[in-house]
Design a binder for this molecule. Structure first.
Ligand code: HSE
Length: 315
């Protein structure tokens, strides 16, 4: 009988330009770790959060009703009528609030760990739905782009009505260059950056985004990093959000001039992500992005990484 499960789930980038709330790519940059154990304490109340204990040294809520992973465990515990107490150890590695799917990584790891610990054998779509419950707590609305990427690895396409998720293997030569600005991010950053997006869009803008999105999917299907890179173009969400990121246009133009194939906001920002090929001068691209942030007196960290193949589960 399994009494303890360890899961590490990757960071991710959402949207990839035109695929707002639809596209996600798992990033081999940071991993959140969750250790889930059954405790001897058996629970007699019917309050599903009773008996859930969160242990962490990170600066995140310890109350299961406010914690991303805690909410996922609570929902699953209730649904599957699990009576035993549960201890959740959390080690966060994905920087929170920087557009790299931090809450999604913890939520995905929690859903996978619970599934394994209680041998539920749930399918991926069901697990993504449970992980989405945790993501809602931090973003305010449910969107599955980051959780799906974190849970499945690779590139994902999410459809909500009816719910469906497709996973595609990224090209081997695709490399990402992330510029993570050292900014103080507001607490409800995702809510703020969603509030500036237009409620309606021009049909001509929709056509541009749709054609780019279709080309990105084609690029992943045909393993064509150049097609992916040159289709990372968004005329709807990026123009509405870029004022929230100091120096964004400079960072983007510098990276493109240094050879990046495509550049956009990573998820809801403020990190900026450049899509590149392994054979390129990645250091030069990273340096150019750093200079872009430095030009507005913002320091930044540069991370060069590949797509992640997905989470790792250990019992
Ligand atoms: N698709 C989401 C957004 C990702 O851009 O708001 C952030 O959680």
């Amino acid at each position: 009988m399994v009494t303890c499960v360890n899961v590490r789930a990757p960071s991710s980038t959402a949207n990839l330009g035109p695929g707002f709330d639809v596209f996600g790519l798992a990033l081999d940059a940071f991993y959140d770790k969750i250790t889930l154990s059954k405790t001897n304490k058996s629970i007699t109340t019917n309050r599903p959060w009773h008996g859930i204990r969160i242990l962490t040294t990170d600066n995140i809520p310890k109350n299961p009703q406010q914690n991303t992973a805690g909410l996922v465990i609570k929902a699953m515990k209730q649904k599957f009528k699990i009576k035993s107490g549960i201890e959740i150890k959390i080690k966060k590695d994905v920087p929170a609030g920087f557009g790299m799917g931090s809450s999604a990584a913890s939520a995905a790891a929690a859903a996978l760990a619970f599934n394994k610990l209680f041998n539920l054998k749930l399918d991926n779509k069901t697990l993504i739905k449970y992980a989405g419950i945790g993501e809602k707590a931090s973003a305010g609305t449910i969107h599955y782009d980051n959780v799906a990427a974190s849970l499945l690895g690779g590139f994902v396409v999410v459809k909500t009505k009816p719910f469906d998720v497709i996973r595609l293997e990224p090209p081997k030569d695709l490399v990402l260059c992330l510029a993570i600005p050292q900014l103080k991010v507001p607490k409800k950053k995702t809510m703020i950056s969603r509030s500036v997006i237009p409620k309606t869009v021009k049909l001509s803008d929709l056509t541009v985004n749709l054609s780019n999105a279709a080309n990105i999917v084609t690029g992943f299907l045909t393993k064509d990093s150049e097609l992916i890179g040159r289709s990372i173009q968004d005329v709807i969400v990026e123009p509405a959000r870029k004022h929230l990121i100091p120096g964004f246009s400079k960072v983007k133009n510098n990276a493109l001039n240094a050879g990046a194939l495509g550049v956009t906001i990573s998820g809801a920002g403020p990190s900026v992500i450049a899509f590149c090929k392994k054979s390129q001068n990645l250091k030069k691209i990273g340096k150019s992005m750093e200079k872009g942030f430095n030009s507005v007196k913002v320091n930044c960290d540069i991370i060069i990484c590949k797509p992640s193949t997905g989470p790792k589960i250990r019992t």
